[in-house]
Write a protein that binds this ligand. Structure first.
Ligand SMILES: NC(=O)c1ccc[n+]([C@@H]2O[C@H](COP(=O)([O-])OP(=O)(O)OC[C@H]3O[C@@H](n4cnc5c(N)ncnc54)[C@H](O)[C@@H]3O)[C@@H](O)[C@H]2O)c1
Length: 248
């Protein structure tokens, strides 16, 4: 496998499981050293062990992405340990689904805090070191729901649409510094997040996917790897849907 991230340091949030874990390991396969962040610190050790088995340095940083002080402390610790951050993948995310009329303020706030504010906080924290390096690649994990909306997910849809707008603004602001920012918009990917959905919802989703299968975390990780690498050197401010053709 091509080692196009040799010597680069990748910080991945929500790396304990699911899409974040697959992204971290894909970047490690390409040669990147791993700074792994998750609120579930004890789950991170599995990702770190798999990264180490690929021959990469992998260190764990416990942080809630919605906590500004914890995010800054994690980024400071990564810089102390690794000396640089070349790639940031903002992947940590949650759902708190419910119909709008019944949605509590706390379910609205929490989803915006983790998905949108968390992406802002980590991006802000890596901006200065990436500007000093005069290079950096940021990849945000949005969702096709942020593009097309979804009944029962107004908080999640708004958070992911916000992530897309944030990505484009960051791309415009930092392009002169040779820092790129892009987003992936996964469709229906088989993970813990989607395992919880009722079977009839899963079947209805499947019927709407032209490629006629649910996506895997690996499908998303491949696109994130491309966007994080120099192969995407002329790509910034873009949203790449990884959805089996659900959104065209
Ligand atoms: N699974 C899908 O179909 C799908 C589709 C579109 C987008 N996404 C997005 O992909 C990303 C990963 O989703 P997944 O399916 O792997 O979910 P997951 O629940 O399997 O994993 C999410 C990870 O994020 C961590 N996390 C949650 N809140 C956190 C916080 N406050 N601080 C730090 N870490 C936190 C969790 O501990 C977990 O390890 C999310 O942003 C999600 O919105 C998923």
């Amino acid at each position: 496998m091509e080692q196009n991230l040799q010597g680069k340091v990748a910080l991945v949030t929500g790396a304990a499981r699911g899409i974040g874990q697959a992204i971290a390991l894909r970047l490690a396969q390409a040669g990147a050293e791993l700074a792994l962040c998750d609120v579930q610190a004890d789950w991170l050790t599995e990702t770190a062990a798999q990264g180490a088995a690929l021959g990469r340095r992998a260190a764990c940083y416990a942080a809630d992405v919605s906590d500004g002080a914890a995010v800054q402390a994690a980024v400071d610790a990564v810089l102390k340990d690794f000396g640089r951050i070349d790639i940031l993948v903002n992947n940590a995310g949650i759902t708190r689904d419910g119909l709008l009329a019944r949605m509590s303020e706390s379910d609205w706030d929490r989803v915006i805090e983790v998905n949108l504010k968390g992406t802002f906080l980590f991006t802000r924290a890596v901006t200065r070191p990436m500007m000093k390096q005069r290079a950096g690649a940021i990849v945000n994990v949005a969702s096709i729901i942020g593009l097309i909306g979804n009944a029962g997910q107004c908080n999640y849809a708004a958070s992911k649409a916000g992530v897309i707008a944030l990505t484009k603004s960051v791309a415009k602001e930092l392009a002169k510094r040779n820092i790129r920012a892009n987003a992936v918009a996964p469709g229906f990917i088989s993970t813990h997040m989607t395992d919880q959905l009722p079977e009839e919802v899963r079947q209805a989703m499947l019927a709407a996917i032209p490629l006629a299968r649910f996506g895997s975390a690996q499908d998303v990780a491949e696109v994130v790897h491309f966007l994080a690498s120099d192969a995407a050197a002329y790509v910034t401010g873009q949203v790449v849907s990884v959805c089996g053709g659900m959104v065209m």
